[in-house]
Ligand binder design. Structure first.
Ligand code: B12
Length: 219
């Protein structure tokens, strides 16, 4: 079983490193047609991307290569693997509504999209505001959709400040009484969540599911 998973990861690695979006998407299609577990595919994409991120940080990859790999993986996950995940999860009952977005100033959305896919499969209804989302847009969306949870993603030390700004804006509008805030993204932590007054932190998409389930049962 584990060798199946490493074989899958190797297949994905070979294609992602060729940096060709079409090839990456074709492989994702092929894997979905062969009924490979979409969660295994998403996790393999995430591991390969992290590995490439580490190489970029060590100066072994150019930024342009990272952009091509990141965009190819994003497209494959969003357009091909995520719809399959949703299809598998359709019969589940709704656990609650979650508004998700990457905060203002930050265009990283691969992790946020994975979290959206996993929460959706687990039975949450997702309203995805996208990336580089202005603070006011989160407030408007909470007023409009009345979710149980708001999930804020940030991948940069500069943008993580805006997670705190969204919480302040929600508090100012009296919305924190009815909505719980969960944060995530590589530079964030449990400690940061406590500091800015978020209700919870999750380090990855799997933890995000258990944390969100816990938050809705507490309300
Ligand atoms: C891919 C990538 C990009 C891609 C993004 C493509 C896309 N559509 O997202 C591209 C190439 C476009 C990019 C651009 C930039 N990037 Co960049 N990028 C990365 C990289 C390599 C990987 C990020 C990623 O996708 N990881 C894979 C996913 C699966 O992991 P994840 O995002 O951490 O998400 C998981 C968890 O964190 C968690 N999670 C995430 N969000 C949420 C939300 C909630 C609610 C919850 C509960 C959990 C959760 O669950 C996810 C799934 O398990 C990182 C390096 C790294 N090691 O993180 C740098 C990195 C984040 N980038 C960085 C930088 C500086 C930039 C640029 C400014 C570069 C530039 N000079 O132009 C620009 C950003 C411009 C902007 N305004 O945003 C820095 C940030 C440094 C810092 N600490 O501030 C990093 C750390 C690289 C580095 N060391 O320099 N980047």
């Amino acid at each position: 079983m584990s060798s199946d998973k490493s074989e899958l990861e190797q297949k994905i690695r070979e294609v992602v490193y060729r940096l060709d979006e079409l090839e990456i998407c074709n492989l994702a299609k092929q894997l979905m047609d062969q009924n490979v577990n979409p969660l295994d595919v998403i996790n393999a994409f995430a591991r390969v991307l992290r590995e490439m991120g580490d190489k970029y940080e060590r100066g072994e990859l150019y930024l342009i290569e990272l952009i091509a790999a990141g965009e190819g993986c994003r497209k494959a996950i969003m357009d091909i693997v995520e719809p399959k995940l949703r299809q598998l999860g359709v019969s589940r009952e709704t656990l609650g509504k979650v508004i998700l977005g990457t905060v203002e100033g930050d265009i990283h959305d691969i992790g946020k999209n994975i979290v959206a896919a996993m929460l959706s499969t687990a039975g949450f209804e997702i309203i995805d505001l996208g990336r580089d989302v202005p603070i006011g847009k989160f407030v408007e969306a909470v007023k409009k959709h009345r979710p149980q949870i708001v999930g804020l993603s940030a991948l940069m030390t500069i943008s993580m400040i805006n997670q705190g700004e969204v919480i302040k804006a929600l508090e100012k509008e009296g919305l924190l009484k009815e909505v719980k805030v969960v944060i995530g993204g590589a530079p964030t932590s449990k400690h940061w969540a406590e500091k800015i007054g978020a209700n919870a932190y999750a380090s990855d998409a799997i933890e995000a599911v258990s944390v969100c389930k816990e938050l809705v049962t507490k309300t």
